[in-house]
Design a protein around this ligand. Sequence first.
Ligand SMILES: [Zn+2]
Ligand SMILES: [Zn+2]
Length: 244
Amino acid sequence: MSNFLTSAFDSVRRSALDAARMALPQRCELCAGVSGTDLVCGGCMRDLPWLARACPVCALPSGGSVCGQCLSDPPPFDATIAAFSYAFPIDRLIHSLKYQGRLALAEWCADAILVQRGNSGAGSRPDRLIALPLAVARQRERGYNQALEIARVIGARSGVPLLPRGLSRVRATPPQAALPWAERAKNVRGAFACDLDLSGLTVALVDDVMTTGASLAEAAKILKASGAASVENWVVARTLPPAD
Ligand SMILES: [Zn+2]
Ligand SMILES: [Zn+2]
């Protein structure tokens, strides 16, 4: 993990959490084995589908250099940090976070993103964090936005200020999951609005899963229209496109 992250670590909060966990030994979320103070045990951590050698712009497999697609048709965002490919058992963990209220997993997801960012060799820290918003109705139904929960932890750990409001969904869209890949960009066009002044700032846009990247691309456009100089996606998992 890079220096700015470790130095900004909220050690008091961390040790209080650790103390609480010591008192109640954890069971690994995945194998139910004893995992000490961790949500996922060391063995399961090693077996996770960590994403490596991905395109630094879109996080698809590329051998580590900017992929042909990003070279020929650069997306509105400038970089993507994705900890994992969206595969078993990451899909299960994210499902628990999103639909079963397992908010402790937000902390675990945030740590995974920070570890991956630290390993990525990416440059200086972003100036602000923003979570990709949910539609109002969906947030009301769920009671929380998992992306915001992850972003809060990243903010506390890294010292990068989180802007909890200001980027919003102005148009409810059918869930992206219900649509064929080719229609997803059209579906989210005009879905976001931003009333922040982000002049000259580098923004990290936090989300749980990046599928086609259509929502993040649309949000990045709006953030840049609000002045952002650069937008990085910080996501837990990247869906790899279906093989042709
Ligand atoms: Zn385990
Ligand atoms: Zn790419």
